[in-house]
Design a protein around this ligand. Structure first.
Ligand SMILES: NC(=O)c1ccc[n+]([C@@H]2O[C@H](COP(=O)([O-])OP(=O)(O)OC[C@H]3O[C@@H](n4cnc5c(N)ncnc54)[C@H](O)[C@@H]3O)[C@@H](O)[C@H]2O)c1
Length: 386
């Protein structure tokens, strides 16, 4: 049972903050109590829109009614902000990636554990209906033991939709650190830890021109991190998965994640979203669809203004992982989208970059357990009763 709500303070009120601040009242056990940004006008605008206090970063960290800092700053600020929040005695839930070096990731996990604080990190999409359904099918042996698979995220970049896309093209960004957490995180939830990787990488375009509307339209950004990465992931449990992440591709036709088991094949919904159909085959039979739309956190509820009219709506239950963390604090149980899981994914992503740079296979250090599966009843109970 949840005894009291965790007071949440948002640091970083840019593009993604709106969805979090809008979704927060939908969940049990968490309550928005304030927001802050190094741009005070940005914090004030979001505070006015979502009926909360605009604060300074220091003021928010010193505020006794804030129990948890939701870190929605850019990746290069994640360590500094999460570390400051932990040392101020706050629990932390951070957007991905956990931070931009493995050493800093280890420091954050150690800091939280030594203080008895909870550190959580996106993505939490694997706790959505599509991720839970895929996990249940694997755990139930629907397609047998997974032998191999593929994961693809390919598009033509971020500069056409994000008003300040600089960070995507600098070290700490790129498709592997920006979007790898969804795909590698989903795979680790399904298959367990990554043991070893091999990879190749390239920069398809030396420069990007910002075409998104805003103060940076027309700016030229020098690309300083790989924008195409093709990797092979060896999972400790035996499966071998091809991972392709690129912002140099105009169009492709690969499903987000396919897994090939001893008894059949499985298509996992795009882990960038919370819902979606899981498809499976019985041995060499046709694909059959299993919908997750009637499950908790499965309904399409959000339409990106950046999508073409032909694109279906997607489920977006951002805050789900933070609500699960709040429940775990109250129940004194481990939470699922944890700092340790995010650290393992960070290590795997840096191993991919290192393997691409050196041409050598790279072992992934920190072993972890898969997070416990989340039942339908427990997922449903994370929503506020209206
Ligand atoms: N935009 C998306 O659709 C999206 C989706 C999923 C996850 N994310 C993740 O969310 C995070 C934020 O992305 P965004 O698109 O909202 O970026 P953004 O640039 O729009 O917003 C980041 C905000 O953080 C503030 N900030 C930067 N450093 C700070 C500091 N030290 N202290 C306080 N505030 C600081 C900036 O002023 C800015 O308002 C990133 O980690 C990104 O990977 C974004």
């Amino acid at each position: 049972m949840v005894s009291r709500k965790l007071g949440v303070g948002v640091i970083g009120t840019g593009v993604i903050a709106g969805v979090y601040m809008q979704n927060m009242p939908m969940f049990a056990g968490i309550e928005l109590r304030g927001c802050a940004d190094i741009r005070p006008d940005a914090a004030q605008a979001q505070a006015a829109k979502y009926n909360t206090r605009a604060m300074t970063v220091d003021g928010l960290l010193a505020s006794p009614d804030i129990d948890l800092v939701l870190n929605l700053t850019i990746p290069n600020a994640h360590f500094e902000v999460s570390h400051a929040a932990l040392t101020a005695g706050k629990h932390v839930f951070s957007e991905k990636p956990l931070c931009t070096t493995v050493a800093d990731g280890k420091r954050l996990v150690a800091e939280a554990e030594s203080r008895g604080l909870s550190l959580g990190c996106a993505p939490d999409t694997f706790l959505g209906a599509g991720g839970r359904l895929a996990r249940a099918m694997i755990d139930d042996g629907k397609v047998g033991k997974i032998l191999a698979g593929s994961a693809f995220l390919m598009s033509h970049g971020m500069e056409h939709w994000h008003p300040d896309p600089e960070f995507f093209f600098k070290p700490g960004g790129g498709p592997i650190l920006d979007l790898g957490p969804y795909y590698i995180g989903a795979l680790v939830n399904l298959l367990g830890p990554v043991a070893k990787v091999q990879a190749l990488s390239s920069i398809g375009f030396e420069e990007r021109v910002v075409t998104a509307a805003g103060p940076r339209t027309g700016d030229r950004i020098k690309v300083q991190t790989p924008t195409t990465i093709i990797a092979l992931l060896q999972f400790a449990a035996g499966a071998q998965v091809t991972l392709a992440m690129s912002w140099d591709v105009h169009r492709h036709g690969h499903p987000a994640i396919e897994l090939y088991g001893t008894e059949g094949s499985l298509r996992v919904p795009d882990p960038n979203f919370f819902g979606g159909d899981v498809e499976f085959t019985e041995a060499g039979g046709d694909w059959q669809a299993a919908s997750s739309a009637s499950m908790a956190a499965g309904k399409p509820n959000w339409r990106s203004p950046n999508w073409p009219p032909t694109r279906p709506d997607q489920a977006n239950y951002r805050c789900l992982g933070m609500a699960e963390l709040a429940r775990a604090i109250s129940n004194r149980t481990p939470h699922r989208s944890s700092g340790r899981l995010a650290l393992h994914v960070l290590e795997a992503m840096f191993a991919v970059l290192q393997a691409a740079e050196t041409g050598e296979a790279v072992h992934v250090g920190t072993p972890i357990e898969r997070p416990a599966s989340l039942s339908e009843a427990d997922a449903a109970s994370l929503f506020a009763v209206s």
